[in-house]
Each structure stands twice: as C-alpha cells, then as structure tokens.
Design a protein around this ligand. Structure first.
Ligand code: SAM
Length: 277
C-alpha cells in the first residue's frame, strides 16, 4: 500500500472532484463512497422527509455509508463534531437537533468540500454551524470541548486510524460519546483488495476489521465500544464495487461476500477520565 501522504492526496483529489461536480453541475458523484446512482454503499441512507428543507447540493453531495445523526443521541445545547464532514449534510442535521443553544462543527481537509459545505450552511440559513479546515488526525479543537463525535464513512479513509481515535478521545468531554457510521470488515479479506488504491479512496480497502476497531477504541481510552451492522454487502454489491475499481469482480466477489458492512460504532469517554486525557 502507498504511504500516508499519497493516500491523503488521492483522497483529496477524489473528494475535491466530487464536490466540484455537485457545485458546478448539480450531479451526484459516482461509485465507491459514491460515483454512480447504483452505489450500494451511499444510496438511500436518509428517510424521505428527513432531509426536507436542506439545500439540494447538501443532499447530492452525501457520500456517507450510514445515518449517524439518526442513531446518535443528540440533546439540545450540545456540541457536535463531524469528522470528514464533506458537503455538510450531517452537520446541518445535527445543528437542528442541538438547537440554537448548541453547535455543530464539521471538519474536512478538502477545500472544495469546505466551500460546498459553507455555501450549503448559508443556503440553509443556520447560524449554529462552523466548518473547520483540518485533518481528522490533528483535530483543531481544544481538549474536552465536544459532547458528541459523529462521522460518516471517513475513518476508513485514514492511514492512521489509531491517531484519529486518540484525537477523538482528546477533544471529547468526560462522558462524551463517539457515534460513527463507517464501513468495517468481518474477518479476513484478500490482500489484493487491501492494496487497491481505488478501493481505498472508495471507502472499502481501508476499512477496519470489527474486532480491531473495538480494540483500537479501548486502546485510545474509550469504554463500552460496540458495533451494530446497518447494511451487509453481499455478492452483487461486492461485484459492483470491485468492477468499479477495475478488479476481477467475478473472481474476487465470492471471497468477500458478506465480509464488508456498514456499521454504527459507539463508545464513550469515561466520566472519570483524568485531566490531560
Ligand atoms: C466519503 S466522504 C464522506 C463525507 C460526509 N461525511 C458524508 O457523509 O457525505 C469523505 C470526506 O472525508 C474527508 N476526509 C477524508 N480523509 C480525511 C482526513 N484525514 N482529514 C480530514 N478530512 C478527511 C474528505 O475530504 C471527504 O469530504
């Protein structure tokens, strides 16, 4: 697999292009965390009505693999941070839930996505949101400043997941919640899949194995980690994402049938975390 900076560059290019496409032509982007309308990972994530009132561009730019704000507990007055906020859909949904006394931050490293998200926030007319430029491996917020961390199909894209979870832990207040949708793997997948850059930027190759995800959350200091599958990718889905990445879909799909899934991942920062943690 390529180095961390190559991965980041490839991710930036892919999602910069996706944001430009939505901003310029009002078209959704394509397969593997979103390129075609048939994408088994990104399609049909939000209930009809849930996105009513949001700008079309926020909905079109949705490239997640779940619906974290529907599954997370969000209360009026809380501070929410969305890691890898893209076009801003989950930030805008969170802002509604925490209300005017709360705040929703989005964090993203891709300029085009930040421009799109800020334009979407202006169109939506919401005041309690802020989009920050930065990397989820180095979150530009102080220690213990966030009640809930959400994220939608982004942690799999990082080449340093241990550092992302450490940072998530740092910025959460004691008792704060980690409530994230992501692609995860159950068991082993072929090394050829893990090495494919197209599948990495498409949110597949970098997915954590479910037990490893829980282990890294505990190692970062979180308690009660749990994973709840929300969508399991079967043979036909695997064929679609392997073919999109130019791989031997017929040969490899049976080996990954049922191994990839979207899951909702929860954990909590202990209430008793000592200062500096
Ligand atoms: C698959 S898209 C998901 C966007 C959004 N969460 C959604 O549901 O539509 C991934 C987003 O994460 C951002 N991203 C990926 N890796 C990142 C990193 N290491 N730091 C900050 N942002 C990152 C990309 O720029 C992109 O906007």
């Amino acid at each position: 697999m390529s180095g961390q900076s190559e991965i980041k560059q490839a991710v930036r290019e892919k999602y910069g292009e996706a944001a430009r496409r939505v901003a310029q032509s009002g078209q959704k982007t394509g397969c593997g965390c979103g390129s075609c309308g048939c994408d088994p990972v990104t399609s049909d994530l939000y209930q009809i009505g849930e996105t009513a009132g949001l700008p079309d561009e926020a909905v079109l730019a949705s490239l997640g693999c779940g619906n974290p704000t529907a599954l997370a507990e969000l209360r009026a007055g809380e501070v929410v941070l969305d890691l890898g906020s893209g076009g801003g859909i989950d930030v805008l949904l969170s802002a509604r839930r925490v209300g005017p006394t709360g705040k929703a931050y989005g964090l993203d490293m891709t300029d085009e996505m930040l421009d799109l998200a800020r334009a979407n926030a202006r169109k939506a007319g919401v005041a309690n949101v802020e989009f920050l430029k930065g990397e989820i491996e180095h979150i530009p917020l102080p220690d213990r400043s966030v009640d809930v961390i959400i994220s939608n199909c982004v942690i799999n894209l990082s080449a340093d997941k241990r550092q992302v979870l450490r940072e998530a832990f740092r910025v959460l207040k004691p008792g704060g919640r980690f409530a994230v949708s992501d692609v995860v793997v159950r068991g082993e997948v072929p090394a050829t899949v893990r090495r494919n850059m197209e599948l990495w930027v498409g949110c597949i190759a970098g997915a954590l194995e479910e037990k490893e995800f829980e282990r890294l959350l505990r190692e970062a200091g979180f308690e009660n980690p749990s994973l709840e599958p929300t969508r399991i990718y079967r043979l036909e889905d695997a064929r679609a994402f392997l073919a999109e990445a130019g791989m031997d879909a017929e040969g490899i799909a049976p080996e990954v049938d049922g191994r990839f899934m979207s899951a909702f991942v929860r954990a909590r920062k202990p209430v008793s975390s000592p200062p500096g943690r």
